[in-house]
Design a protein around this ligand. Structure first.
Ligand SMILES: Nc1ncnc2c1ncn2[C@@H]1O[C@H](COP(=O)(O)OP(=O)(O)OP(=O)(O)O)[C@@H](O)[C@H]1O
Ligand code: SF4
Ligand SMILES: [Mg+2]
Length: 331
């Protein structure tokens, strides 16, 4: 009998509905269905990118896994152990293993702390080292993120955006984490700095066997970094595939439209730009059936009545939530 090793992270039918309060007199006025039944796995040392338009629920997914917000329903497992319902007393241990890097390093770093103390803080809080061992650990982390050691005595405002993001990454690595949620971690940086931080994350992943949940609205960046991609639309995952399959043979009409907007570096290749009709519907009152049906060029009666489930769309591991099997090119 073979015993299956559980994935590092397993997310099962995860939901986060933000209740809408009813103005002056309170009362229940419905909810924002920000995350509405999302499932996937992430292996040790793997990068899964989560992409989709603004408001589709990417950050809510990250925050719910991190327990910065409580889920409404569903399950999250870390190494096979359930973490979505941990009592506050046990959340600490989970937080040692799952860390986050946000988009704006400036607002997430304490401006009054020196870099040394910013990086040392999680090590001290988790009781992992002190004295000279603590100093050695901080110095090693500075090396890992390629910051000069003399930067330890300085304050966050003395650094550029890219360097501040290196400080944020060092702090996320500090407690010996297995998984880092990167929420638009490079989105605010200049193009060349973006590439440097992406390369740094890739190198750290190889060196440390880190898993990354890489949340980004920028598909061009994702293409250089990721192993697999999950595409979200209005609180749901509509397609998951490995990088190659997603970029070369996307299945879902929404994924195809998103990809059509990504610039192709090779001038001999032309992608037909797909302009989607209308705006993303409100997550307070998402469309019935397929949530994408109000904007889909292939909408038909079944789409308005029946919600498509994720099902095989090609190679193993490639799944898409669309009723159609063969989707013609979108023109
Ligand atoms: N605390 C909250 N209370 C109510 N609604 C919220 C809250 N946080 C997020 N939302 C709503 O949930 C939906 C998903 O938001 P979320 O921030 O997860 O999207 P996103 O994909 O990260 O977007 P972006 O690309 O702009 O960062 C949005 O409609 C948002 O307005
Ligand atoms: S199920 Fe229908 S509306 Fe949804 S993506 Fe497929 S064809 Fe389009
Ligand atoms: Mg976000």
């Amino acid at each position: 009998m073979t015993i299956r090793t559980p994935p590092l992270l397993e997310v099962n039918a995860l939901k986060k509905h933000y209740p809408l309060s009813g103005g002056l007199f309170g009362g229940n006025k419905g909810a924002v269905y920000a995350l509405d039944g999302v499932s996937f796995t992430l292996e040790k040392g793997e990068t899964l990118s989560v992409v989709g338009e603004s408001g589709c629920g990417k950050s809510t997914l990250g925050k719910t896994i991190l327990r910065l917000v409580d889920p409404t329903d569903g399950e999250v497992f870390l190494d096979g152990e359930r973490i979505d319902n941990l009592p506050p007393s046990q959340l600490r241990q989970m937080r040692r293993r799952v860390q986050v890097v946000f988009q704006d390093p400036f607002s997430s770093l304490n401006p009054r702390q020196r870099v040394r103390d910013i990086i040392a803080e999680p090590i001290v809080n988790f009781g992992l080292a002190r004295g000279s061992e603590l100093d050695d650990r901080v110095a090693a982390l500075m090396d890992k993120v390629r910051l000069p050691r003399d930067a330890m005595r300085r304050f966050p405002h003395e650094f550029s955006g890219g360097q501040r993001q290196r400080i944020g990454i060092a702090r996320a690595l500090a407690p010996g984490s297995d998984l880092i949620v990167c929420d638009e971690a490079v989105s605010a940086l200049d193009v060349s700095v973006k590439a440097q931080i992406v390369n740094l994350l890739s190198d750290l992943q190889d060196e440390l066997g880190l898993a990354l949940l890489f949340i980004s609205h920028d598909l061009a960046i994702v293409e250089h970094l990721t192993h697999r991609v999950a595409v979200m639309y209005l609180g749901k995952i509509v397609e998951i595939a490995d990088r190659h399959a997603l970029f070369s043979a996307p299945h879902h009409p929404y994924t195809r439209a998103l990809l059509s907007a990504v610039p192709v570096p090779d001038p001999t290749i032309r992608r037909q730009r797909v302009i989607l009709k209308g705006d993303v519907p409100s997550p307070i009152n998402p469309p019935a059936g397929c949530r994408f049906h109000t904007r889909c060029p292939f909408v038909h009666d079944r789409c308005r009545a029946e919600e498509p489930v994720l099902r095989s769309a090609g190679q193993a591991g490639h799944v898409s939530a669309c009723h159609l099997d063969d989707i013609p090119p979108i023109s």
